[in-house]
Design a protein around this ligand. Structure first.
Ligand code: C2E
Ligand code: CA
Ligand code: CA
Length: 709
């Protein structure tokens, strides 16, 4: 994708954009709010520059400077007849695309074939009218007259538009230009051409031209001097899928000097122009990446749905439902695998989304990884729920990217009219709140709006301010969860898990307050506190027991981390070998070199580093080779899927082999059943952790069952 143009950008910028991106066929011109106002196509760069934004793009620069190809340029003071003759001789095809009018080389405007044609007709009418006067007074200027007539005829014959002339009194067709005939694939019967009067056409072509003339007869007649009219005439639309043309048809009534009345029909092929216009329309209303409706289009549609629902005679139970959809972990795909991969995923999401909807439902992409669906009709709310659960399922299926397979999820919030909201803005807000709730409830799920959610939003900001005070109020605790070592058949250490006990709200889960702390910049302080607390406790435990502490990505990027850790160890007199820091893959994304440096610095202290939550992210084996982890912790979801998923099993065995070679240990997290424990042991994990062995708690060591000690 190349940067769109702003109307204030010069033609040189447009040219540079095209020059940089050879494969780019069109360039969008956008207004300051990013809405497309026009398109410039590489192939007919000049024609597309020719509408209202052409001047803005070209500015006052010499036009020739911006062109890759030679445009047809005409200086404003040249006579149109002379220009037409010249251009028809030199480049009749290029003329079809229009031409640029300059004034001393500077862009002035643009001309279209129809302008020339009209000019020629007017000229011809004038010639005819002037004929009698001229013959009387200027007998010797016959040569000049002839020249002018020939010129007009050349123009009319060759101009790439259809022109037919009928006599109004006799109804006979007097003339059809040959360019027009070939445009319509029509042929003149030669005998009638020789006869010079009523032209008899071949059946099919004749039918088409008759149709045109009938159409023109109904169109607004154009007076001879209206040739500058921008939107004059009407259009005859063909079926685009059948390759049919769209013609702009105009009728020009004309009276000759001898009183004969003529009816001139002009038909200009505007297929290309209309195609470009519909592409602009498409750009303004649809998302280019996925082809789904964009936000503006969705809003308009919802407004229409709402007014239909408000109609006094609207069907009983007519509702409007809005689904706000957000992909879980999409940012991670974009950051790790790159934007191309991200784009592929978004397109696939759009495809799955559309596949789950009925024709009357309206899917849209609002930007980034935000999607939405609007549903209207009887029982829309109930339908929305069914659709939401199907979408959660479908969007949660794996995405195949080349040789990689990744898992994302989707969180969905639903709000409805009239139950939750009475207008568009309110509907959006409620759907967002419900979406927020779905995310807070562990993502990959959907939630319907409820009045308590509104209170929940207030609760979040309340929670944030409470979090800022939690530390000094002593509301944090560290719970320990035992880790079982298969080799020793005993607990070999603990993982420190932070807890927040609020006097009013009760126990708030780390999944809620850790991201919040990262967001509001509290994580460094909190992380430091946990580290102290974990090391303090570890120092009171038997020497063979280790302590694992979770380090957030934000914390890991602090340059002072290693020195902070060293200070904490020293403060509590804990040997570094007894401390293990757990980091997630997100730490490694971005600046790999920096992450590697930080890791080595910590390992140089003697501290061990574990990769947490393996199997939920990219789970890249290449990371394992690049970064010298001491341990890999297999995520609970992965462990729990091991029994019924062959590929998970294969990955864990492969990991075990790799781990052995690289001197890494493997801990299976979330072991809840004996069968899972047996499976992970068999597959080669060295440690296990989970509710089966022990839940996180305080003073866990003192209360461990004797057979685990
Ligand atoms: P984690 O590091 O993956 O921690 C393991 C989580 O799994 C803990 O949730 C633990 O209670 C839970 N768990 C352990 N065994 C089982 C099991 O058998 N079944 C089930 N269903 N769950 C099990 P918890 O304590 O809610 O922590 C959630 C996450 O919050 C942690 O995931 C970690 O990423 C983060 N976290 C917790 N404490 C800290 C901390 O002090 N610092 C940082 N940066 N993050 C922390
Ligand atoms: Ca952990
Ligand atoms: Ca984990």
């Amino acid at each position: 994708m190349i940067e769109p143009l702003a109307p204030s950008d010069s033609g040189a910028v447009a040219y540079a954009r095209f020059a940089q991106a050879r494969s780019c066929p069109v360039l969008a011109v956008v207004d300051p709010s990013g809405r497309p106002v026009g398109l410039i196509e590489r192939n007919d760069f000049l024609t597309r520059l020719a509408s209202q934004y052409g001047r803005a793009v070209y500015g006052p620069r010499p036009v020739v400077q911006m062109m890759t190809i030679d445009p047809i340029i005409v200086e404003a003071d040249m006579r149109s007849g002379d220009f037409a003759e010249q251009a028809l001789k030199d480049a009749p095809d290029a003329l079809l695309k229009g031409f640029i009018i300059t004034e001393r080389g500077r862009y002035l405007g643009v001309g279209a074939v129809i302008d020339l044609l009209r000019a020629a007709i007017v000229e011809r009418a004038n010639i005819t009218r002037d004929l009698s006067e001229l013959t009387a007074t200027l007998r010797d200027s016959n040569a000049e007259l002839d020249r002018q007539r020939r010129l007009a005829e050349t123009v009319i014959e060759h101009i790439p538009a259809l022109i037919t002339v009928r006599s109004e009194s006799t109804g006979r067709r007097l003339m059809i230009n040959s360019a027009g005939l070939s445009m319509l694939d029509a042929k003149i019967d030669n005998a009638s051409r020789a006869a010079g009067i009523d032209l008899v056409l071949s059946a099919e072509g004749g039918r088409r031209i008759n149709q045109l003339e009938t159409f023109a007869a109904q169109a607004q007649p154009l007076r001879p001097h209206d040739f500058v009219m921008e939107h004059g005439g009407d259009e005859l639309h063909g079926d685009r899928r059948k390759g049919q043309k769209t013609l702009r048809v105009t009728r020009v009534p004309m009276a000759l000097a001898d009183g004969e009345r003529l009816s001139v029909t002009l038909a200009e092929d505007v297929t290309e122009m209309r195609l470009a216009a519909s592409r602009i329309e498409q750009l303004a209303h649809f998302d280019t990446l996925t082809g789904l409706a964009n936000r503006a289009h969705l809003n308009a549609r919802i407004e229409a749905m709402l007014s239909a629902a408000r109609e006094p005679n609207a069907a009983h139970e007519y509702e409007v439902a809005l689904l706000a959809i957000d992909l879980d972990r999409f940012k991670w795909v974009n950051d790790t695998l790159g934007h191309d991969a991200g784009d592929l995923v978004l397109r696939e999401v759009a495809r799955r989304l559309t596949a789950e909807l009925r024709a009357q439902d309206m899917p849209a992409r609002l930007g980034g990884d935000e999607f939405a669906v609007a549903i209207a009709g009887a029982k829309a709310a109930a339908i929305a729920e069914t659709i939401a659960s199907r979408l959660v399922e479908q969007l949660g299926l794996p995405y195949v990217l080349g040789e990689k397979m990744i898992y994302l999820g989707a969180s969905i919030g639903i709000a409805t009219f009239p139950a939750d909201a009475c207008d568009l803005v309110e509907l959006m807000k409620c759907a967002d709140l419900a979406l927020y709730k779905a995310k807070a409830d562990g993502k990959n799920t959907w939630r319907r709006f409820s009045a308590s959610l509104r209170a929940g939003l207030d609760r979040r900001s309340l929670l944030e301010s409470e979090l800022r005070l939690a530390m000094q109020r002593g509301q944090f605790l560290v719970h320990l969860q035992p880790i079982f070592h298969f080799g020793c058949n005993a607990v070999s250490g603990f993982e420190a898990l932070m807890r927040w006990h609020h006097p009013e709200f009760g126990s708030i889960p780390p999944a809620t307050f850790i991201p919040m702390a990262e967001e509001i910049g509290l994580i460094d302080k909190m992380g430091c506190w946990v580290l102290h607390e974990a090391c303090r406790i570890a120092a009171t435990l038997p020497e063979h027991l280790t302590m694992a502490v979770n380090i957030s990505a934000v914390q890991f990027r602090l340059p002072s981390l290693a020195s902070d850790v060293a200070r904490v160890l020293e403060r509590w007199g804990l040997p570094p070998e007894r401390l293990e820091l757990e980091i997630t893959e997100s730490v490694l994304i971005g600046d790999e070199a920096q992450a590697l440096r930080a890791m080595k610095e910590l390992q140089a202290l003697g501290v061990r580093i574990a990769l947490d939550d393996f199997g939920t992210g990219y789970a890249s084996f290449s990371y394992l080779q690049k970064f010298p982890f001491d341990r890999i912790k297999i995520d609970r979801l992965f462990t729990q899927g091991i029994l019924d998923n062959r590929s998970s099993m294969a990955i864990v065995s492969a990991l075990a082999i790799l781990a052995e070679k690289m001197d890494m240990r493997i801990t299976a997290e979330g072991v809840e059943t004996q069968a899972q424990l047996d499976a992970v042991r068999r597959l080669g994990c060295t440690e296990a952790q989970g509710y089966l062995i022990g839940r996180p708690g305080d003073d866990v060591w003192a209360h461990l069952p004797q057979d685990l000690v």
